[in-house]
Design a protein. Structure first.
Length: 161
């Protein structure tokens, strides 16, 4: 036993003193749950910003994948000899590029259009419109369908003149 405690017990005449504290006073001085309450306030804002960044990252990655697919389609179209062959080569290249990004991009939701208006069909405009609502979990992040389509224009020139 602790002799210091025994000494205090003996000097008080064998009585144990109990200090009574009013419940309201002890409640006001008790700060044991304040960290949890502060975390609850801060975590709402923190998680909203965190999930907003993640959602925006997925959408940004999707737009980059679509831009890459359009560029690949245009490069492949350059090898075609006529409009039908150019569209076939471009469609194949675009679908291959979109399938490469298949966890991020759903190729079935991409709409590919070709515009070959121009002199002698030498100008080809390739457009991919994409509508996917998987990433609209945050209210302040726009839908991919609301964004303008990804497009590029290629001029196909005949090297023979």
């Amino acid at each position: 036993m602790n002799s210091n405690w025994l000494g205090k017990f003996a000097s008080s005449g064998g009585r144990i003193r109990v200090r009574r504290v009013r419940p309201r006073a002890s409640f006001r001085r008790n700060e044991s749950g304040s960290v949890a309450i502060e975390f609850a306030f801060v975590s709402v804002v923190f998680f909203a910003i965190l999930f907003g960044i993640i959602t925006f990252g997925f959408m940004f990655g999707t737009r980059i994948a679509l831009s890459y697919a359009v560029a690949e389609g245009g490069r492949a179209a350059m090898a075609g000899l006529n409009t039908g062959e150019r569209e076939t080569l471009a469609t194949t290249a675009i679908n291959d590029a979109l399938n490469a990004y298949s966890p991020l991009v759903d190729p079935a939701k991409a709409s590919i259009t070709f515009d070959t208006s121009g002199t002698n069909n030498s100008v080809m405009k390739i457009t991919i419109a994409y509508s996917d609502n998987r990433f609209t979990s945050m209210p302040f992040v726009p839908s991919l369908g609301d964004l303008p389509p990804v497009e590029t224009t290629f001029v196909v020139a005949d090297p023979s003149g």
